[in-house]
Design a protein around this ligand. Structure first.
Ligand code: GYE
Length: 315
Protein backbone atom coordinates (compact mmCIF):
# COMPACT_ATOMS: atom_id res chain seq x y z
CA UNK A 1 0.00 0.00 0.00
CA UNK A 2 2.75 2.30 1.04
CA UNK A 3 4.70 1.47 -2.08
CA UNK A 4 1.74 2.30 -4.35
CA UNK A 5 1.17 5.71 -2.78
CA UNK A 6 4.87 6.44 -3.15
CA UNK A 7 4.63 5.64 -6.87
CA UNK A 8 1.66 7.99 -7.19
CA UNK A 9 3.44 10.75 -5.38
CA UNK A 10 6.45 10.32 -7.62
CA UNK A 11 4.29 10.36 -10.75
CA UNK A 12 2.47 13.48 -9.59
CA UNK A 13 5.81 15.19 -9.02
CA UNK A 14 7.08 14.24 -12.47
CA UNK A 15 3.85 15.46 -14.06
CA UNK A 16 3.87 18.78 -12.29
CA UNK A 17 7.51 19.40 -13.17
CA UNK A 18 6.92 18.59 -16.83
CA UNK A 19 3.80 20.80 -16.84
CA UNK A 20 6.02 23.59 -15.63
CA UNK A 21 8.76 22.82 -18.09
CA UNK A 22 6.46 22.68 -21.10
CA UNK A 23 4.99 26.11 -20.57
CA UNK A 24 2.31 26.46 -23.28
CA UNK A 25 3.91 27.76 -26.46
CA UNK A 26 2.79 31.23 -27.47
CA UNK A 27 0.45 31.04 -30.43
CA UNK A 28 1.13 32.94 -33.63
CA UNK A 29 -1.52 35.65 -33.92
CA UNK A 30 -2.57 36.16 -37.52
CA UNK A 31 -4.95 38.83 -38.75
CA UNK A 32 -6.47 38.15 -42.16
CA UNK A 33 -8.53 40.61 -44.19
CA UNK A 34 -10.62 38.91 -46.85
CA UNK A 35 -12.31 40.85 -49.68
CA UNK A 36 -15.85 39.54 -49.24
CA UNK A 37 -17.99 36.68 -50.52
CA UNK A 38 -18.61 37.83 -54.09
CA UNK A 39 -18.06 34.48 -55.82
CA UNK A 40 -17.86 30.72 -55.33
CA UNK A 41 -14.09 31.11 -55.76
CA UNK A 42 -13.91 33.55 -52.86
CA UNK A 43 -16.06 31.33 -50.64
CA UNK A 44 -13.73 28.38 -51.33
CA UNK A 45 -10.72 30.58 -50.57
CA UNK A 46 -12.20 31.69 -47.22
CA UNK A 47 -13.08 28.11 -46.34
CA UNK A 48 -9.53 27.01 -47.13
CA UNK A 49 -8.02 29.70 -44.88
CA UNK A 50 -10.36 29.15 -41.94
CA UNK A 51 -10.22 25.35 -42.00
CA UNK A 52 -6.43 25.34 -42.34
CA UNK A 53 -6.10 27.65 -39.31
CA UNK A 54 -8.22 25.22 -37.28
CA UNK A 55 -5.87 22.37 -38.17
CA UNK A 56 -2.88 24.19 -36.71
CA UNK A 57 -2.93 24.44 -32.91
CA UNK A 58 -0.15 27.04 -32.93
CA UNK A 59 -2.20 29.50 -35.00
CA UNK A 60 -4.72 32.01 -33.68
CA UNK A 61 -6.61 33.50 -36.63
CA UNK A 62 -8.56 36.75 -36.57
CA UNK A 63 -10.57 36.64 -39.79
CA UNK A 64 -12.32 39.69 -41.16
CA UNK A 65 -14.61 40.13 -44.20
CA UNK A 66 -14.35 43.57 -45.83
CA UNK A 67 -17.62 43.25 -47.78
CA UNK A 68 -15.85 44.39 -50.98
CA UNK A 69 -14.86 47.73 -49.48
CA UNK A 70 -11.29 48.94 -49.44
CA UNK A 71 -11.98 51.32 -46.56
CA UNK A 72 -13.10 48.36 -44.41
CA UNK A 73 -9.85 46.58 -45.23
CA UNK A 74 -7.75 49.58 -44.30
CA UNK A 75 -9.66 49.95 -41.03
CA UNK A 76 -9.24 46.32 -40.05
CA UNK A 77 -5.55 46.25 -40.97
CA UNK A 78 -5.11 49.27 -38.68
CA UNK A 79 -6.88 47.38 -35.90
CA UNK A 80 -4.60 44.35 -36.46
CA UNK A 81 -1.63 46.69 -36.07
CA UNK A 82 -3.13 48.14 -32.86
CA UNK A 83 -3.66 44.61 -31.53
CA UNK A 84 0.00 43.84 -32.32
CA UNK A 85 -0.74 40.64 -34.25
CA UNK A 86 2.35 38.69 -35.34
CA UNK A 87 1.51 38.53 -39.05
CA UNK A 88 -1.03 40.27 -41.28
CA UNK A 89 -2.44 38.53 -44.33
CA UNK A 90 -4.72 40.15 -46.84
CA UNK A 91 -6.16 40.08 -50.33
CA UNK A 92 -6.43 43.60 -51.71
CA UNK A 93 -9.78 44.30 -53.32
CA UNK A 94 -8.12 46.80 -55.70
CA UNK A 95 -4.48 47.37 -56.56
CA UNK A 96 -3.89 50.90 -55.29
CA UNK A 97 -4.43 52.91 -52.11
CA UNK A 98 -2.86 50.63 -49.50
CA UNK A 99 0.53 52.30 -49.28
CA UNK A 100 -0.07 54.35 -46.08
CA UNK A 101 -1.49 51.44 -44.07
CA UNK A 102 1.26 49.12 -45.28
CA UNK A 103 3.82 51.69 -44.13
CA UNK A 104 2.17 51.69 -40.70
CA UNK A 105 2.48 47.90 -40.53
CA UNK A 106 6.13 48.09 -41.51
CA UNK A 107 6.79 50.72 -38.86
CA UNK A 108 5.16 48.44 -36.28
CA UNK A 109 7.42 45.61 -37.58
CA UNK A 110 4.47 43.41 -38.50
CA UNK A 111 5.14 41.41 -41.67
CA UNK A 112 2.45 41.42 -44.37
CA UNK A 113 1.67 38.46 -46.61
CA UNK A 114 -0.40 39.08 -49.73
CA UNK A 115 -2.70 36.35 -50.95
CA UNK A 116 -4.38 36.06 -54.38
CA UNK A 117 -4.71 39.61 -55.85
CA UNK A 118 -1.74 41.93 -55.80
CA UNK A 119 -1.06 45.51 -54.74
CA UNK A 120 0.60 48.17 -56.80
CA UNK A 121 3.10 49.86 -54.47
CA UNK A 122 6.47 51.31 -55.44
CA UNK A 123 8.17 50.14 -52.26
CA UNK A 124 7.90 46.37 -52.46
CA UNK A 125 9.52 46.01 -49.03
CA UNK A 126 6.06 46.88 -47.66
CA UNK A 127 5.05 43.24 -48.08
CA UNK A 128 7.08 40.11 -47.45
CA UNK A 129 5.68 37.61 -49.90
CA UNK A 130 2.84 37.12 -52.38
CA UNK A 131 1.09 33.79 -52.97
CA UNK A 132 -1.38 33.57 -55.83
CA UNK A 133 -1.99 33.04 -59.53
CA UNK A 134 -0.46 34.56 -62.63
CA UNK A 135 -3.58 36.24 -63.93
CA UNK A 136 -1.90 37.81 -66.95
CA UNK A 137 -1.15 34.25 -68.00
CA UNK A 138 -4.78 33.27 -67.39
CA UNK A 139 -5.84 36.05 -69.80
CA UNK A 140 -3.36 34.74 -72.37
CA UNK A 141 -4.74 31.23 -71.98
CA UNK A 142 -8.23 32.54 -72.76
CA UNK A 143 -7.01 34.21 -75.98
CA UNK A 144 -4.96 31.18 -77.03
CA UNK A 145 -7.95 28.91 -76.54
CA UNK A 146 -10.11 31.07 -78.82
CA UNK A 147 -7.42 31.04 -81.49
CA UNK A 148 -6.82 27.28 -81.21
CA UNK A 149 -10.56 26.64 -81.60
CA UNK A 150 -10.77 28.99 -84.59
CA UNK A 151 -13.34 31.22 -82.91
CA UNK A 152 -14.08 34.37 -84.85
CA UNK A 153 -16.17 37.50 -84.55
CA UNK A 154 -17.39 39.96 -81.98
CA UNK A 155 -16.33 39.50 -78.38
CA UNK A 156 -18.18 40.80 -75.34
CA UNK A 157 -15.83 41.10 -72.40
CA UNK A 158 -17.26 40.93 -68.89
CA UNK A 159 -14.70 42.55 -66.66
CA UNK A 160 -14.16 41.78 -62.96
CA UNK A 161 -14.07 44.37 -60.16
CA UNK A 162 -12.72 47.62 -61.59
CA UNK A 163 -9.21 48.37 -60.32
CA UNK A 164 -8.58 44.82 -59.05
CA UNK A 165 -5.43 43.09 -60.20
CA UNK A 166 -7.56 40.09 -61.20
CA UNK A 167 -9.48 42.22 -63.71
CA UNK A 168 -6.50 44.32 -64.86
CA UNK A 169 -4.26 41.31 -65.45
CA UNK A 170 -6.87 39.06 -67.07
CA UNK A 171 -7.60 41.86 -69.53
CA UNK A 172 -3.94 42.65 -70.15
CA UNK A 173 -2.91 39.07 -70.94
CA UNK A 174 -5.94 38.62 -73.18
CA UNK A 175 -5.47 41.86 -75.14
CA UNK A 176 -1.75 41.24 -75.56
CA UNK A 177 -2.60 38.32 -77.86
CA UNK A 178 -5.96 39.32 -79.30
CA UNK A 179 -4.64 42.63 -80.61
CA UNK A 180 -2.69 40.70 -83.24
CA UNK A 181 -5.76 38.73 -84.32
CA UNK A 182 -8.12 40.90 -86.38
CA UNK A 183 -10.60 38.01 -86.62
CA UNK A 184 -11.27 38.52 -82.89
CA UNK A 185 -12.76 41.90 -82.05
CA UNK A 186 -13.70 43.14 -78.59
CA UNK A 187 -16.85 45.18 -79.23
CA UNK A 188 -18.23 45.39 -75.68
CA UNK A 189 -16.49 45.61 -72.33
CA UNK A 190 -18.13 46.24 -68.98
CA UNK A 191 -17.65 45.25 -65.34
CA UNK A 192 -19.91 42.69 -63.70
CA UNK A 193 -17.98 43.01 -60.43
CA UNK A 194 -17.24 39.25 -60.29
CA UNK A 195 -20.80 38.42 -59.15
CA UNK A 196 -23.47 36.23 -60.70
CA UNK A 197 -26.25 38.80 -60.36
CA UNK A 198 -24.27 41.62 -61.97
CA UNK A 199 -23.05 39.24 -64.65
CA UNK A 200 -26.65 38.58 -65.61
CA UNK A 201 -27.51 42.28 -65.70
CA UNK A 202 -24.46 43.21 -67.76
CA UNK A 203 -25.24 40.44 -70.26
CA UNK A 204 -28.77 41.79 -70.60
CA UNK A 205 -27.37 45.20 -71.54
CA UNK A 206 -24.88 43.59 -73.94
CA UNK A 207 -27.72 41.73 -75.64
CA UNK A 208 -29.89 44.82 -75.81
CA UNK A 209 -27.03 46.65 -77.46
CA UNK A 210 -25.67 44.06 -79.91
CA UNK A 211 -28.04 41.05 -79.73
CA UNK A 212 -27.18 38.27 -82.18
CA UNK A 213 -24.05 40.12 -83.26
CA UNK A 214 -22.24 38.87 -80.18
CA UNK A 215 -20.30 35.73 -81.09
CA UNK A 216 -18.13 35.22 -78.03
CA UNK A 217 -18.32 36.07 -74.32
CA UNK A 218 -15.15 36.31 -72.25
CA UNK A 219 -16.08 36.61 -68.56
CA UNK A 220 -13.28 37.30 -66.09
CA UNK A 221 -14.82 34.76 -63.72
CA UNK A 222 -17.16 31.77 -63.83
CA UNK A 223 -19.82 33.34 -61.64
CA UNK A 224 -20.37 36.20 -64.10
CA UNK A 225 -20.46 33.67 -66.96
CA UNK A 226 -23.15 31.70 -65.12
CA UNK A 227 -25.21 34.85 -64.64
CA UNK A 228 -24.71 35.65 -68.33
CA UNK A 229 -25.82 32.14 -69.36
CA UNK A 230 -29.19 32.80 -67.73
CA UNK A 231 -29.54 36.13 -69.55
CA UNK A 232 -28.63 34.52 -72.90
CA UNK A 233 -31.21 31.76 -72.41
CA UNK A 234 -33.88 34.27 -71.45
CA UNK A 235 -33.04 36.24 -74.59
CA UNK A 236 -33.67 33.11 -76.64
CA UNK A 237 -30.13 32.22 -77.70
CA UNK A 238 -28.14 29.09 -76.86
CA UNK A 239 -25.16 29.74 -74.55
CA UNK A 240 -22.14 27.71 -75.62
CA UNK A 241 -23.53 27.37 -79.16
CA UNK A 242 -24.87 30.70 -80.50
CA UNK A 243 -22.56 32.57 -78.18
CA UNK A 244 -19.34 30.78 -77.25
CA UNK A 245 -18.33 31.35 -73.64
CA UNK A 246 -15.05 31.15 -71.78
CA UNK A 247 -14.34 32.25 -68.20
CA UNK A 248 -11.81 31.91 -65.38
CA UNK A 249 -11.75 30.03 -62.04
CA UNK A 250 -12.85 26.40 -62.56
CA UNK A 251 -15.60 26.26 -59.93
CA UNK A 252 -17.99 23.34 -59.59
CA UNK A 253 -20.89 25.16 -61.27
CA UNK A 254 -18.70 25.94 -64.29
CA UNK A 255 -18.10 22.21 -64.74
CA UNK A 256 -21.83 21.63 -64.46
CA UNK A 257 -22.48 24.30 -67.12
CA UNK A 258 -19.86 22.69 -69.39
CA UNK A 259 -21.47 19.27 -68.99
CA UNK A 260 -24.76 20.87 -70.03
CA UNK A 261 -23.03 22.35 -73.10
CA UNK A 262 -23.58 25.97 -72.01
CA UNK A 263 -20.00 26.95 -71.20
CA UNK A 264 -17.16 26.12 -73.59
CA UNK A 265 -14.14 26.40 -71.35
CA UNK A 266 -12.87 27.45 -67.93
CA UNK A 267 -9.33 28.58 -67.16
CA UNK A 268 -8.39 27.34 -63.72
CA UNK A 269 -7.47 29.67 -60.86
CA UNK A 270 -6.84 27.91 -57.57
CA UNK A 271 -8.49 29.38 -54.44
CA UNK A 272 -7.26 26.75 -51.98
CA UNK A 273 -4.51 28.93 -50.59
CA UNK A 274 -4.91 28.25 -46.85
CA UNK A 275 -2.14 25.64 -46.48
CA UNK A 276 0.42 27.73 -48.40
CA UNK A 277 -0.54 30.84 -46.46
CA UNK A 278 -0.02 29.28 -43.03
CA UNK A 279 3.16 27.51 -44.18
CA UNK A 280 4.46 30.96 -45.06
CA UNK A 281 3.34 32.35 -41.68
CA UNK A 282 5.12 29.57 -39.82
CA UNK A 283 8.27 29.82 -41.96
CA UNK A 284 8.36 33.53 -41.34
CA UNK A 285 8.11 33.11 -37.60
CA UNK A 286 10.82 30.42 -37.76
CA UNK A 287 13.10 33.01 -39.31
CA UNK A 288 13.19 31.46 -42.78
CA UNK A 289 13.57 33.65 -45.82
CA UNK A 290 10.55 33.47 -48.10
CA UNK A 291 10.48 33.84 -51.87
CA UNK A 292 9.00 37.18 -52.90
CA UNK A 293 6.47 35.42 -55.12
CA UNK A 294 4.89 31.94 -55.19
CA UNK A 295 2.76 31.30 -58.25
CA UNK A 296 0.10 28.61 -58.18
CA UNK A 297 0.19 25.94 -60.92
CA UNK A 298 -2.99 25.87 -62.95
CA UNK A 299 -4.69 24.18 -65.85
CA UNK A 300 -7.37 24.86 -68.46
CA UNK A 301 -10.50 22.74 -68.92
CA UNK A 302 -12.49 22.67 -72.15
CA UNK A 303 -16.08 21.36 -72.05
CA UNK A 304 -15.06 18.04 -73.61
CA UNK A 305 -13.22 16.95 -70.45
CA UNK A 306 -15.72 18.36 -67.94
CA UNK A 307 -17.55 15.11 -67.19
CA UNK A 308 -14.36 13.17 -66.43
CA UNK A 309 -12.71 15.93 -64.43
CA UNK A 310 -15.75 17.04 -62.41
CA UNK A 311 -15.45 14.33 -59.66
CA UNK A 312 -11.86 15.38 -58.94
CA UNK A 313 -12.68 19.06 -58.37
CA UNK A 314 -12.32 20.41 -54.84
CA UNK A 315 -14.18 23.70 -55.14
O1 GYE B 1 -11.52 34.95 -60.12
C1 GYE B 1 -13.14 35.73 -58.66
C2 GYE B 1 -13.04 36.37 -57.36
O2 GYE B 1 -9.15 37.38 -57.21
C3 GYE B 1 -8.74 35.46 -58.49
O3 GYE B 1 -11.84 37.09 -57.41
C4 GYE B 1 -9.69 36.20 -57.66
C5 GYE B 1 -11.00 36.48 -58.33
C6 GYE B 1 -11.75 35.27 -58.83
O4 GYE B 1 -14.11 37.03 -56.90
O5 GYE B 1 -14.08 34.73 -58.79
Amino acid sequence: MKKISFVWAFLALVMSVSAFGAAPKKKINVGFSQIGAESAWRIADTESIISEAKKRPNIELKFSDAQQKQENQIKVIRSFIAQKVDVIGFTPVVETGYEPVLREAKKAKIPVIIIDRTVDVKDTSLWVTHIGSDMVEEGRKVAKFMIAKGWKGNIAEMVGTVGSSAAIDRRQGFMEIVKNHPELKVVLSKSGNFTRSEGKKVMETFLKDKGKNINILYAHNDDMAIGAIQAIEEYGLRPGVDIKIISCDGIHDAFQAMIEGKLNCTVECNPLLGPQFFDAVEDLKAGKKLPKETITKESIFPMEVAKDIMPTRKY
